[in-house]
Write a protein that binds this ligand. Structure first.
Ligand code: 3PY
Length: 251
């Protein structure tokens, strides 16, 4: 397996710029020996300090959202060009909290993913089912549909910069984690649908992360699964020592 494992922190709406500076000061030495790609996705207001402090280190910086238009009368929004100009490399798109609280749909996820790619960002596209959907037995169909719509119009060349994160909604911020087998099953299904769309080689090269209460205790088991190539880490990414343990588990 030659694809890259990526451990990405998703700070959500946490950390003032001052707090972010302190956390990154602790993170830089803690993850410097990493054998995987290390990313921190931070609030817009922390991006400047994150880019400055991570420059020359092995930590890559991401945003938590991006608007789909290039520029114009969209008060309060941030474009891909604004982010790349700042030195931002990654962006989380379609996190379930955005789908749930901010009316994000598969269509807007697709528009944002395409805008991110066109602007030179690497989107981390989040997909995943609710508890009711899992209980109804539609997880695989649902996730396949989310992936297909998110990637609609994305070229094979662009796909090389795409990361997909499987985040079961019932495991987000709840302390419940999918079992390693559940994570493996859905991550494999994601790779399969990408293979149907772009071919075997593209599917093999794709980084598929698991997210949803991944922490220092359960990371190793989740990451031992063949189709789980990393993690999108919520709460545990706010503590340098915890995050470093997860990074080590992926290295
Ligand atoms: C979580 O771990 O709760 C997440 O939502 C990661 O994105």
């Amino acid at each position: 397996q030659n694809r890259k494992a990526i451990i990405a922190g998703n700070w959500k709406m946490n950390m003032t710029p001052t707090e972010a500076g302190h956390l990154i000061d602790a993170l830089v030495p803690a993850v410097q020996g990493a054998n995987c790609e290390v990313v921190i996705c931070v609030p817009f207001t922390d991006l400047c300090v994150a880019v400055a402090k991570c420059s020359g280190t092995n930590i890559h910086v991401g945003a938590e959202n991006v608007h789909f238009e290039k520029s114009g009368a969209f008060t309060g929004e941030i474009s891909a060009d604004m982010l790349t100009d700042l030195g931002v490399e990654y962006v989380v798109i379609g996190h379930s909290e955005r789908r749930q609280y901010f009316a994000e749909t598969d269509e807007t996820v697709n528009k944002r993913a395409r805008a991110a790619l066109a602007g030179g960002l690497k989107p981390i596209i989040c997909v995943g089912e609710s508890l009711a959907q899992r209980e109804q037995g539609v997880t695989e169909e649902l996730v396949r549909m989310q992936v297909k719509i998110a990637l609609n119009g994305v070229t094979a060349e662009e796909l090389k910069n795409v990361v997909i994160a499987y985040e079961p909604i019932w495991a987000i911020g709840t302390g419940k984690t999918a079992t390693a087998d559940q994570a493996q099953e859905v991550c494999a299904a994601i790779r399969k649908v990408v293979g149907e769309l772009y071919g075997e080689d593209a599917a093999k090269a794709l980084t598929v992360q698991y997210g949803g209460s991944m922490n220092a205790k359960n990371a190793e088991e989740l990451l031992s699964k063949p189709d789980v190539d990393g993690g999108l880490i919520g709460g545990a990414s706010l503590k340098a020592d915890q995050f470093a343990i997860i990074v080590d588990a992926a290295s």
